[in-house]
Design a protein around this ligand. Structure first.
Ligand code: FAD
Length: 478
């Protein structure tokens, strides 16, 4: 029997066959994430209690078994795929949520679903703002590991801004706590922030204390349209200069609007068909929203070709529904999508808008783009047909040029999804050799045997050269 086979047998003896699954169905289900490139693990572990994870990691170190932690597997980068086989720890069973009403904090286990945390907070008058579009599926552990963000990022921040403390296990199996449930903590290195965004490579998060803020008493939604993309981005800059901080400021370029319109058979904005739009939401106290809405209406009158205020929450919801449709609707432009979640500094918005026009023209591809203008996080979607070799090559070239341009403009190659496997070819565009060496030194110090999520982030992997599974996942667009 191989050493991995002996290790799995030993693990089953310690934790039981219900916790350690080696049947084909369980292994196949954990073999891939939303990137749909499969790597079959030897076993899938469903811990009953947090301490089980220490047992798994200690044994994995002894036998050098690769271990991949899995939340819900919604990551688009391949970060949760067990590239080197071994064991997958499925965190979904550890999902307790407790609200601490006085402190404005919530104590959660890593497998808790993000939307459940938001609902639990809301029931007590509190608000947990980080809101990835996948929130009805993804776990808080996965959000911490990727430093997930969403539409609220510009005003409130991302997952990192709401983490008070973390607990879990080092790759060696030792239990650790980074911080406590207090608002201040300056004792020692800030290892908590090192774990956030480490994509399951520096430890397994089992629990977290999250900061909550009071629920905003009022919300106000406005839809605006613009002559072209450059006008829209210039207008957004003018709005931010007027010191208005919208809770949400979503931009959809013309291609995204057209896709959404064709998919829904409805115009996004009557009389403004096919124009780029910005959807704005103000949130806060009633008086704050009232004051800011006056400034925003004056801004819209000066910069937009048209604007429309949502009269109530139902009408606002109809506007947001269009935004949610646009990502799936893009598949009419190609059966494959390189979905890049880059970040652009505000000072480079207009240059970037011009670059996108050039990228579309030179690649000959459709590149619908939408995203969060209040934090510069844009989703650039390079669409192509997988069976068309010329289009595939053009997409490869386009994504390389995109990443080089983003970094040259002072931006980031990822603002939400992380590196995983998909962004490994571009890591060294963002980071100098010294920066990469520093990250690798941290990895080696915490994980001397390299068992946790091996092969990710630092080794170059070309996702588009690998066959994808033809499976439909619950969060795939209908
Ligand atoms: C339709 C759709 C919309 C999306 N929208 C957004 C969005 O708006 N914003 C955004 O940021 N992302 C978005 N994503 C990406 C994805 O949902 C996030 O990256 C999310 O944080 C992943 O959570 P998960 O529970 O599915 O983690 P998984 O996909 O299972 O894992 C992701 C990474 O986290 C690690 N990990 C998971 N749990 C733990 C743990 N407990 N301890 C240590 N490491 C762990 C894994 O090893 C892996 O490296 C979207 C994805 C889809 C499919």
């Amino acid at each position: 029997m191989s050493s991995s086979g002996i290790a799995t047998k030993d693990l089953k003896r310690r934790l039981g066959a219900r916790v350690v699954r080696t049947d084909e169905a369980a292994r196949r289900a954990a073999s891939f994430d939303s990137s749909k490139i499969p790597f079959l693990p030897d076993a899938v572990i469903h811990p009953r209690k947090e301490a089980d994870i220490g047992v798994v990691l200690a044994l994995a170190n002894k036998f050098r078994v690769p271990v991949t932690t899995r939340g819900r597997g919604t990551t688009l980068t391949g970060a949760a795929a067990p590239l080197r086989g071994g064991w997958v720890i499925d965190m979904l069973g550890l999902n307790k949520i407790v609200i601490n009403e006085e402190a404005g904090m919530t104590h959660v286990q890593a497998g808790a679903k993000v939307a459940d945390i938001q609902r639990a907070a809301e029931a007590k008058g509190w608000f947990y703002p980080p809101d990835p579009s996948s929130k009805e599926y993804c776990t808080i552990g996965g959000n911490i590991a990727c430093n997930a963000g969403g539409m609220h990022g510009g005003k409130y921040g991302v997952t990192r801004d709401f983490i008070v403390a973390l607990r879990g296990f080092l790759p060696t199996g030792e239990y650790v706590e980074w911080g406590t449930a207090t608002k201040k903590f300056s004792a020692g290195f800030n290892m908590r922030d090192l774990w956030i965004g480490s994509e399951g490579m520096l430890g397994v998060v089992t629990g977290a204390v999250l900061k909550l803020i009071p629920q905003p008493a009022a919300r106000w939604t406005l839809l605006t349209s613009f002559r072209d993309e450059t006008c829209a981005l210039e207008a957004a800059l003018a709005l931010f200069r007027s010191r208005v901080q919208p809770a949400i400021c979503e931009f959809l370029d013309r291609e995204s609007v057209l896709c959404a319109e064709r998919a829904t058979q409805r115009t996004v904005f009557a009389g403004q068909a096919g124009k780029p739009v910005i959807l704005l939401e103000l949130a806060g106290s009633k008086s704050e929203v009232r004051e800011q809405s006056k400034t925003v209406l004056a801004w819209a009158a000066a910069h937009a070709t048209a604007h429309r205020v949502a009269r109530n929450r139902d009408e606002a919801e109809q506007l947001w529904a269009v935004r949610r449709k646009c990502s799936g609707a893009m598949f009419e432009l190609g059966d494959a999508k390189l979905n890049e979640d880059i970040v652009i500094p505000m000072r480079s918005y207009v240059k970037f808008a011009k670059f996108l026009v050039r990228l579309k023209r030179e690649s000959g591809l459709h590149v619908p783009t939408f995203g969060h203008l209040a934090d510069g996080n844009l989703h650039v979607n390079i669409m192509y047909h997988r069976a068309n070799r010329a289009e595939t090559r053009a997409a490869e070239k386009a994504v390389q040029l995109l990443m080089e341009t983003v970094v040259a403009l002072g931006g980031a190659i990822s603002g939400e999804h992380g590196i995983g496997l998909a962004k490994t070819p571009f890591l060294r565009i963002q980071h100098s050799p010294a920066q990469v060496r520093a990250m690798q030194a941290v990895k080696t110090a915490l994980d001397p045997r390299g068992i946790l999520n091996p092969g990710k982030m630092f080794e170059v992997f070309h996702v588009w050269k690998h066959e994808k599974l033809a499976v439909k996942l619950p969060w795939d667009h209908k």
